[in-house]
Design a protein around this ligand. Structure first.
Ligand code: CTP
Length: 406
């Protein structure tokens, strides 16, 4: 079984505060990047006296955020938006002063403001003189942060920059990242890679027209959100829809079935679970016109069509076949029969059947589905797409754990 980093695709705010261990934050930034995380550095003023923001900018390719009163930066991504963007805020090094501010809920600079404004996972790697670390108030602040669910990594014992010997050295960057992985990678899908297709595809006829279907993409997005909440590392390959990307999910936008197939094949490496929730157009105009077709010339009624590849079938037959390949079957009649036919003809491990006889079902927030495996049919209780997606992902996780044991 492959081991996927919890940090893959995660949005991380790395808060750098003013201490000599700042220099280690450069290596920490690189290590987070190596594991696939997107890192936004937020420095305190004091930290800029130890390492130049330019260093971090070069390491992350992103502007460094320092002040909450920076009108240019705020115009790009405001601090509340940045707080929502984060899947994790890691403060490393975390000084005595910042630790005290975080424990008392102060919002005196950008970093502490983001901390109080975000509901994401939080972690600190303290770094300070051994007497400051042992100071009774520091230990009380630390206990309070642990009570609040903050992951605390380190500090380590040894010779300090000031010459003292004792506890207070910041944990080495690679150890911080390993520690984060084991503390935060929770849930049945931890270390599992999940690829999900969603939405419709658009097949161009000419520059202004296309063939499409009524899929809203809501189910695929709900599944991506559920898989991410269960600890999975999720890639969502979506056709054109107007939906927000779920937190912690990497989204690849495509338009046509051919683009979807290419994106899926590129993402298959090390995938544990593939879910085809997209309503892929089965056909496309064979030769999309460069110019707008004119109805007066009868060119619209003579559009030649050709068949698109079956994306999920290609995944099932791929030599890098994921452990589980799960499909959907949206049917208007003989729902269970048709769904089972797809289960076998596409060599799926399970299929999720839903009735779309009433066209109004598209774009709705509620749904009812049956989860089918071999000869087992499991009708799930009706609910919102978010609730049903969570039920589906729980069943898929269970199925995966049985397969892994086999
Ligand atoms: N699917 C796919 N690529 C296609 C068509 C379908 O990956 N070109 C996947 C869908 O994502 C879904 C499953 O196959 O997981 C069934 O899709 P559906 O549209 O119900 O079935 P079709 O194979 O297109 O059959 P039909 O339209 O005849 O019902």
């Amino acid at each position: 079984m492959t081991r996927t980093s919890w940090l893959q695709n995660k949005h991380i705010i790395l808060g750098v505060t003013g201490g000599i261990a700042c220099y280690k934050a450069c290596e920490l930034t690189r290590e987070l990047g190596r594991r696939g995380a997107l890192v936004q550095i937020v420095m305190t003023e004091a930290a800029t006296a130890f390492v130049s923001p330019l260093t971090f900018q070069a390491l992350t390719n992103r502007d460094i955020r320092i002040s909450v009163l920076d009108s240019n930066a705020e115009a790009g991504m405001g601090h509340i938006e940045l707080a929502r963007w984060a899947d994790l805020i890691l403060v490393a090094p975390c000084t005595t002063n910042t630790l005290a501010q975080l424990a008392s809920g102060q919002a005196s600079d950008l970093l502490t403001t983001l901390w109080t404004a975000s509901e994401c996972e939080k972690a600190i790697a303290p770094a300070m003189n051994q007497l400051m670390w042992e100071y009774v108030q520091t230990q009380e602040n630390l206990a309070h942060l642990i009570d609040l669910g903050v992951a605390v990594i380190g500090p380590e014992s040894g010779i300090q920059a000031c010459g003292d010997i004792g506890s207070g050295r910041m944990t080495e960057p690679i150890e911080i990242v390993n520690n984060l992985e084991s503390q935060l990678a929770r849930g049945p899908l931890a270390h599992k890679k999940v690829v999900i297709t969603a939405g419709p595809t658009h097949e161009p006829i000419d520059p202004v027209r296309y063939l499409a279907n009524r899929s809203s993409g809501k189910m695929g997005f709900a599944l991506a959100n559920a898989a991410s909440r269960l600890g999975g590392s999720v890639t969502l390959i979506s056709g054109p829809v107007h939906l927000e990307t779920p937190a912690g999910v990497a989204r690849i936008g495509v338009e046509t079935a051919q683009e979807m197939l290419t994106a899926v094949e590129k993402s298959l490496d090390d995938t544990d679970i593939f879910i085809g929730a997209a309503a892929v157009c089965d056909i496309r105009p064979a030769k999309p016109s460069m110019n707008k077709l004119k109805k007066s010339k009868n060119s619209l009624s003579a559009i030649e069509l050709t068949e698109n590849a079956d994306v999920i079938k290609a995944v099932s037959n791929n030599r890098q076949r994921p452990t589980l390949v799960i499909g959907f079957a949206a049917e208007t009649d003989s729902v269970l029969e048709n769904a089972k036919e797809k289960l076998f003809s596409k060599s799926l491990d399970a299929v999720i059947a839903n009735c779309v006889a009433d066209g109004d079902i598209f774009g709705q927030d509620n749904t009812q589905v049956t989860f089918i495996q071999n000869d087992m049919e499991n009708p799930l209780p009706p609910g919102t797409k978010a609730e049903v997606a969570m039920e589906i992902m729980a069943l898929i996780s269970e199925l995966l754990s049985k397969r892994v044991l086999m």
